[in-house]
Design a protein around this ligand. Sequence first.
Ligand code: GLC
Length: 767
Amino acid sequence: MLGKLLDFKQEGNRVSFRFEKGEGSLTPLKETVFRVFSGDSTIPSKAVEKTEHEAGKALCTEVCREEGGVRVSTRCMSALVGDDFSVDFYWADGSPVCREYRGERTLSKGLGEEERELMAGEGHFLAEEKKRHKIEVLKAIEGDECFYGLGDKTGFLNKRHYAYDMWNTDNPDPQVDSFRALYKSIPFFMARTDRGDYGIFFDTTYKSVFDMGKESRDYYYFAADEGNLDYYFIGGDTLPEILTEYTALTGRAPLPQLWTLGYHQSRWSYKTEEEVQYIGNMLRKLRVPCDSIHLDIDYMERYKVFTWDKERFPDPKRLLSHLGEEGFKIVTIIDPGVKVEEGYPLYEEGMKKGYFVTAPSGETYVNAVWPGDSVFPDFGNPQVRAWWARQQKLLTSAGVRGVWNDMNEPATFRGEIPGDIVFSDEGQKADHTRMHNAYGHLMAKATYEGLKEADGRRPFVITRACYAGTQKYSTAWTGDNHSIWAHLQMAVPQLCNLSLSGMPFVGTDIAGFGSDATPELLLRWVETGCFSPLFRNHCCLSAVRQEPWAFGKDVLDIYRSYVELRYTLIPYYYDLFREEEQTGRPILRPLVFHYEKDPETWETNDQFLIGDRLLAAPVLQQGVRRRVVYLPEGTWYDFWKGEAIEGKRAILQEAPLDTCPLYVKAGSILPRWPVQQYVGEKEIRELILDIYPGEGSCLHYRDDGESFGYREGAYAEYRFEVESSGRFTAELLHAGYTPYESLLLRCRGKEIRLSLSGEGKAEAKLW
Ligand code: GLC
């Protein structure tokens, strides 16, 4: 690519290199984090806004020439930069962790024209021919690497031997393992290796390719045809350490409003005021706890964003206030496409101000989405974002509490937007090729900022399209899955990989979006989905009804019990979100996240951890009533029966239709609340602590559950500890919010009620 390395220069932490055919730089941002860059430094990063990494600190301990290149060392690692801007990374003791692959790519000739035509005749999907890219980084596969992350790709947890494209794509066909792209582009992965772990974040919004050892067993590569060579290398001993650094770079999901952790009921569509009220009444009558009902596109007037259909929703404010009294928060969908229609104020204003993307000729670009002919806001322009942000007021003034951003890949019905359509990039002129993958990200950012301004509380945004860093603004769901067992199975690795890509607040459409759910699928899906941070049942226009009561009383009773379980665990989820905001550790974690020394966990696709204390092993196949569960090292307790089970082995677990196998790690303290029909229904003065014998400790966090006051100290934080002797201690560490009046300790059938002393301490003997 860049040819021979000629010379180098060090300025502070940045070391720049001159090659025969260009220049590049390598900058340590921390002892274990390096940025490798070559290209146009004026292109703004969409992911890295501000980082915790301080530029002030001198990090390079040595920069010197040696055989093979220039070595840049920090206290913990070194990078050896050579010809063609190859970069090898080593630990401080000189052992390699990730080296460039120095051979050529194996580009086979592929099929001839005639053969391609023959296959295309039967409608076979033909992958693109292998080709060289302008930017191509090949790294060696040197052992038993497993690759995790890469956003919401289909297939399994370990991405080794698969190849993907980063190009936000709305493809409604049932998603299968061979899909190369879905709605989100998060060009970040982590590698677990016996030489130590590392992560690579290729910060480009241009279409990129990640071939994780599909083309060759000897190397993997990431590549793009445009944009910069701009990647961050993060070394570490464990996956959690790497994720902490990645999220220090791209940001963390802020603590959400508490109610957003409750249950959400949705369907395309609850079409009228009466229908929405009916859904609310049913949920309350049948006592299925629920915090939110979502309104899909039909609440709008002919799919015009930021309007209400006056016939079907004559008085949204009244409806939402009435539902609000019953504890329901309403979330409305907003798509980016603005209907072309004279007299529609949003369209007219946007046209007047030049806020929509244009053809190179300057003419506004038109494609079709739900409303027919539509134009597309230029979200890369900060003024357009501010304008879009202001529109949220139409919703918040009616009482809307969250905004769901859809179709923001952007999806278009008359073919993809051509690459040369003109977009802005923070004051620079750019095109669709550059801005496509950032479009949903920037829309979510505008929505977040608008809600924050209009409502003041922590914004609740859901988005379908994402880029790296979208977690700062929005939660996400995995888009249009189907009501098929394969998609319930896929949900586990997909949500785990999103979590490992820095997106912690995620969920799937429970029971599936397209196709028709069956009673058994609905149950197994809620038994799995009740653990996902975003807990929403949603389906499409043509699907059979899949509300909790749709299949009769027996199904309803089981469904309800899992929604209730989730409500009792909300304080645990909230603690996990607090931890996530501080460390980047996600809520859902694949087993490998905490047990990576154990090869049994590297490819676990059908079990997951919630934080570090709970392990769920849902049934993901029709007709199955028992399954094999792998429990990692240590002692585990069966959540339902309480019996202790020694780990580091597989067990055979009975799992009748009403049971999701669930286990708690010995020494866990699980904070719980009583069941409520919605968050805030009851005033909670007592915290329940379920304690599982062993040794352990945890922090517990509480605040008003909605404002940003916690950032000024308006929260209470406790530390709880249990020792192997059975001694339990509690301490109030921070008293910026009303503390609980009492703690109810529950352990092996015994209950002890405790109150904290004046110094905020308490202790008890549990066994
Ligand atoms: C898209 C969304 C889906 C929504 C539908 C109608 O398909 O992914 O969730 O219901 O559009 O708005």
